[in-house]
Design a protein around this ligand. Structure first.
Ligand SMILES: [Zn+2]
Length: 436
């Protein structure tokens, strides 16, 4: 089992003999890794959304603030660093050669994404697919309207009545809104459920914890701000009605076994266990985000495989929210169909950001093909404005992670085997292109 601070913490990732050998050897990537952290912090001086988390040495942050490198200077240093990173030889020890190789590839690829983001800040425009390739190491498949029509037809028959489908769907969902005064109780129950399931398979650092806050005026529905020291601040946006499915989605995605666990395991294994300082900073617009969002979304299925979720909703969350548990199955059958429309959001973003449609048309597309209410569609277009091609990290990320874990675990693998592969992925610096 994993325990932080001990050599045994890294069982499953590397052999204990390798730790002893490496503890005495200088880290060949220390210089490159430190310069990388400085550059990420330097970009953060120009882009308020860029540094999602940083818990490394405070002196590096102070240095970034006081020197405030220009974008040109950052670009020049990043190019030089990328060259140095590619020249740095992997260590000779063989115990965990794959992990070192992943580390080197990760540093190089994160750096090239940083260069692309700097170019964007300097005014360079990419197409949607060029941008997602440059920043997230992946390109989402394209879909035309017709590909969503079969699912929409199924929804038409599940939600009978007159008027447009979106209006019928909105009406249907009214019975599943969590009342504002019950929100925290429902979230806390969902968090306990997700955490209990995670703890059965992953030993977390003993002092890990997180705080939940309710906020308004954001383009996202939830956010995990990792603080270091195994702590997270999770914010839930209450601008729009919160439906019952958001409880498990947010508790798993932001918390267990999603972002909170991912960041805590990186800190435990890589930052503290090995002294790999590059993982103490998380640049949002980078390949790391596809892994983060993909594991956070797939983690919901890992924590609640098959019928487990509906059972938990029926017995715990629906009663906590004062909703009728007898309708849980019906609700999740409809939601399952709506989830199949997830890629429609990518299409709206791609067309909008490529300048083929305006924001009104993007919102209309989301209403029609992703079945979003007018308010939610408007919120989503604001998300496109702020985060751009980041949208692919949720759905493509989830699918890439699912395929990777299923391949690693083998067909028909047990839940325990799946959890083991999932934990391994959360604790290692694998790139999106390395999942394929
Ligand atoms: Zn997320």
């Amino acid at each position: 089992m994993l325990r932080w601070g001990l050599a045994a913490a890294i069982v499953g990732v590397l052999a204990v003999t390798g730790v002893a050998e490496q503890a005495q050897a200088p880290d060949p990537f220390l210089d490159v890794a430190t310069r990388y952290v400085k550059l990420v912090l330097a970009v953060g001086q120009h882009d308020g959304d860029y540094v999602d988390a940083y818990y490394g040495p405070a002196a590096l942050k102070k240095e970034a603030e006081s020197t405030k490198l220009s974008l040109d200077e950052i670009a020049a240093r990043a190019a030089a660093l990328e060259a140095d990173a590619s020249k740095t030889a992997l260590p000779a020890w063989k115990d965990d050669a794959e992990l070192w190789q992943l580390r080197k590839q990760y540093l190089q690829r994160q750096l090239s994404a940083l260069e692309a983001r700097v170019a964007m800040l300097q005014g360079k425009r990419f197409t949607f697919d060029q941008e997602s390739q440059a920043l997230y190491d992946a390109v989402a498949p394209t879909h035309d309207e017709g590909e969503f029509s079969a699912t929409i037809k199924q929804l038409e028959s599940r939600l009978p009545g007159s008027g447009p489908l979106i209006a019928r769907y909105e009406k249907f969902k009214e019975a599943f809104v969590v009342p504002r005064e019950k929100l925290d109780a429902v979230f806390q129950a969902a968090i306990r459920g997700c955490r209990d399931r995670t703890l059965q398979h992953i030993a977390l650092p003993p002092n890990e914890s997180f705080t939940v806050e309710y906020v308004t005026g954001k383009s996202w529905s939830g956010y995990n701000w990792y603080q270091g020291n195994f702590r997270s601040l999770i914010q839930v946006n209450t601008d729009l009605p919160v439906y019952i499915d958001r409880a498990v989605d947010l508790a798993c995605h932001e918390g267990y076994p999603g972002h909170h666990v991912y960041n805590a395991l990186l800190e435990q294994h890589l930052v503290r266990g090995r002294g790999w300082v590059e993982f103490s900073v998380y640049p949002l617009f980078s390949p790391q985000s596809l892994i983060a969002e993909g594991t956070a979304n797939y983690g919901i299925e890992v924590a609640f495989p098959g019928p487990a979720r509906t059972a938990f909703e029926k017995t715990v969350l629906f009663p906590a929210a004062g909703l009728d548990p007898a309708r849980a199955g019906e609700y999740y059958r409809v939601q399952g169909l709506v989830d199949q429309l997830a890629y429609a959001g990518n299409e709206a973003a791609r067309r909008y950001l490529n300048g083929q449609i305006d924001r009104a048309a993007a919102a209309a597309w989301l209403e029609r093909y992703a079945l979003m209410s007018t308010d939610r569609a408007a919120q989503r277009v604001r998300f496109f404005d702020q985060y751009r091609s980041y949208v692919i990290n949720y759905n493509l990320g989830k699918d890439l992670v699912r395929r990777f874990i299923e391949r690693q675990a083998g067909a028909g693998a047990s839940d325990a085997r799946r959890w083991a592969e999932f934990e391994k992925l959360l604790s290692s610096p694998r790139l999106p292109s390395g999942l394929q």
